[in-house]
Design a protein around this ligand. Structure first.
Ligand SMILES: C[C@](O)(CO)[C@H](O)COP(=O)(O)OP(=O)(O)OC[C@H]1O[C@@H](n2ccc(N)nc2=O)[C@H](O)[C@@H]1O
Ligand SMILES: Nc1ncnc2c1ncn2[C@@H]1O[C@H](COP(=O)(O)OP(=O)(O)OP(=O)(O)O)[C@@H](O)[C@H]1O
Length: 285
């Protein structure tokens, strides 16, 4: 089996700027990957079957985004090969860190190569969007300024940074948060040039904090160390710290009732180079 990283992401800020007719929300956000994530192991099968080797608590095979990504890629391309897929989860589920989405993107990127499909990065982004709004950025593969529902992506240069990430032991439902009446949906549109460290806020944060006191408490505690924020639709909260030593120290001192890890920003997705090669060979051919 070949092993691939599916990194976690942070939303450094997240503005809700509108709503589409289909109910999906228009966002502006900066996505940053972390050098912490799930491990996705894949082995090509000659018989065309797609099989999940692991059990994920609460995630039946039929809805597992890693498996659905493989099935979608197979259906779309008519590839006759299959795959054994094993995901070792480290990213807290429903944590706003994009775990399932990242697993799906890693499967798309890895199978594109292992099945010899030569789909372009843009084709994989389009497929990823069918699986979820957070999948495209992982296929895009670098720190991004995101618009639309998360599929309009521009690269953005970010300073190196270390983070402490805490996840209260609760599960936040993304659709439930987006459907709340109290959610503000009219933050003013900004340009990418407006972004610098500490920019913006997370519009979903007050809604999640009012529904889940555990998230409010985690944020309050983390704010003693800096400008703490929630990622995505929560429940995870994070703060930037000057070093990994400082980040590890914060995680070691975290209050009970939550998970935590320290990580560094990851500028390029480990599978990004492969996507580029595919793109390059396609253009050359
Ligand atoms: C909050 C973020 O994590 C920020 O990165 C993402 O926008 C969420 O992305 P995701 O978990 O991949 O979300 P999806 O699985 O596509 O959507 C779940 C549900 O969240 C709501 N949703 C999601 C994304 C978005 N831009 N607007 C929405 O209103 C919709 O009700 C949708 O049915
Ligand atoms: N491979 C997978 N890993 C984790 N969750 C998955 C997976 N496949 C499907 N899911 C489903 O997706 C839900 C959300 O999980 P995920 O970890 O992606 O949330 P999240 O970090 O809040 O995502 P996002 O930030 O994209 O909203 C889970 O509760 C689970 O039902």
């Amino acid at each position: 089996m070949q092993a691939f990283l599916a990194p976690a992401k942070l939303n450094l800020f997240l503005h809700v700027v509108g709503r589409r007719d289909d109910g999906y929300h228009l966002l502006q956000s900066v996505f940053r990957f972390l050098n912490y994530g799930d491990t996705v192991e894949i082995e090509v099968r000659q018989d065309g079957e797609i099989r999940r080797l692991n059990h994920v608590e609460g995630v039946p095979e039929a809805i597992d985004l890693a498996i659905r990504a493989a099935q979608l890629l197979k259906q779309t391309t008519g590839c006759t090969l299959g795959a054994d897929i094993q995901v070792t989860k480290h990213i807290p589920m429903g944590g706003g860190l994009g775990g399932g989405s990242s697993d799906a993107a890693t499967v798309l990127l890895a199978l594109n190569r292992l099945w010899g499909l030569n789909l372009s990065r843009q084709q994989l982004i389009d497929l990823g969007l069918q699986l979820g709004a957070d999948v495209p950025v992982f296929v895009f593969g670098e720190s991004a300024w995101a618009e639309g529902i998360g599929e309009k992506l521009q690269p953005i240069k970010l300073e190196p940074a270390c983070y402490a990430v805490l996840t209260p032991n609760i599960h936040v439902s993304t659709p439930a948060i987006f459907s709340k009446k109290e959610l503000t949906r009219d933050t003013r549109l900004a340009k990418i040039a407006a972004f610098s460290k500490g920019y913006g806020h997370n519009d979903l944060e007050p809604v999640v904090c009012s529904m889940y006191p555990e998230v409010a408490a985690a944020l309050d505690w983390l704010k003693q160390f800096g400008d703490a924020r929630m990622s995505g639709s929560g429940a995870s909260v994070f703060v930037e710290l000057p070093s990994m030593e400082a980040a590890n120290k914060v995680v070691a001192e975290k209050p009970s009732g939550m998970r935590g890890f320290a990580a560094q920003g990851l500028d390029i997705h480990p599978l990004r180079e492969n996507a580029n090669e595919q793109l390059g060979s396609r253009q050359a051919g």
